[in-house]
Design a protein around this ligand. Structure first.
Ligand SMILES: Cc1cc2nc3c(=O)[nH]c(=O)nc-3n(C[C@H](O)[C@H](O)[C@H](O)COP(=O)(O)O)c2cc1C
Length: 239
């Protein structure tokens, strides 16, 4: 589907893709603006969706908004535009995280982005337990290459670094004092969530992790995580 006009349908397509992006704790910390004259979409951070405990440096918020920018680029390419991104374009306006100018129009969008459009709606975070089945090497390589194409670096830690990362994560969690609200929730037996005002709904990912009965962890680095951190249910198989 190609369009030269930024009409209501095009705006709907662009923003529907942007808001389908993953975000930390599903906070959806973005707001959009459109300057139709310059064909520019603005991405703004929403101050009220900060997670001071989980994300004090706003790193995860930036990754979340970056994911929304990426999805909008994919939709723009699908519509036949060439998205031109500027990150933090205004020094005096730090909440303006990015702008995407929709260049061209009517031709084919960038071929590296166009084929991804169909996946935007289908993508979701998996809450399933790890199976221990290794990700095929070819897919890992493809993911590393895809990240590189976008100017990012995807690192896949080996077993030694995985173990170190897990130890650091665990130590960090032990050293992070729970908020009074989190302490209260824990006492009451509810899953912990960072306090997020607004419409963000709690993510189900914080349900207590246990291995289902008969579940086999396998031997990959992910399996190490499984064996080390997922408490055994009574019938779980430890390998
Ligand atoms: C920066 C960032 C960090 C995230 N961290 C986790 C995580 O540690 N565990 C997890 O299960 N999901 C994590 N998520 C996924 C979000 O919880 C998920 O995107 C959100 O709940 C919306 O669900 P969806 O991805 O299915 O649309 C993260 C997402 C982002 C963008």
């Amino acid at each position: 589907m190609r369009t030269r006009e930024i009409d209501a349908t095009a705006v709907q397509t662009l923003l529907a893709a942007a808001v389908a992006a993953p975000s930390i704790h599903n906070t959806q910390p973005w707001r959009f603006g459109l300057d139709a004259d310059t064909r520019t979409v603005e991405f703004r951070a929403v101050a009220g969706r900060r997670l001071p405990m989980t994300d004090p440096d706003l790193r995860a918020r930036h990754i979340s908004v970056g994911a929304a920018v990426f999805n909008l680029r994919v939709a723009a390419a699908h519509l036949g535009w060439r998205p031109v991104v500027r990150l933090l374009p205004a020094a005096d306006d730090p909440d303006l995280l990015a702008t995407v100018h929709l260049a061209g129009g009517g031709e084919d969008g960038p071929p590296s982005l166009r084929p991804l459009y169909e996946a935007v709606e289908r993508r979701h975070s998996s809450r399933m337990p790890f199976t221990g089945r290794p990700v095929p090497e070819a897919i890992v390589t493809e993911m590393i290459t895809a990240a590189h194409t976008q100017g990012a670096r995807l690192e896949v830690p080996d077993i030694v670094r995985t173990s170190r990362l897990l130890r650091l994560t665990q130590a960090g969690e032990v050293r992070t004092p729970p908020t009074p609200a989190a302490r209260q929730r824990r006492t009451a037996g509810s899953p912990p969530q960072d306090s997020t005002p607004g419409t963000a709904s709690p993510s189900p990912r914080w349900e207590p992790w246990t291995r289902p009965a008969g579940y086999r962890c396998g031997t990959s680095p992910v399996s190490y995580l499984c064996r080390t951190f997922l408490p055994c249910t009574s019938n779980a198989t430890r390998r």
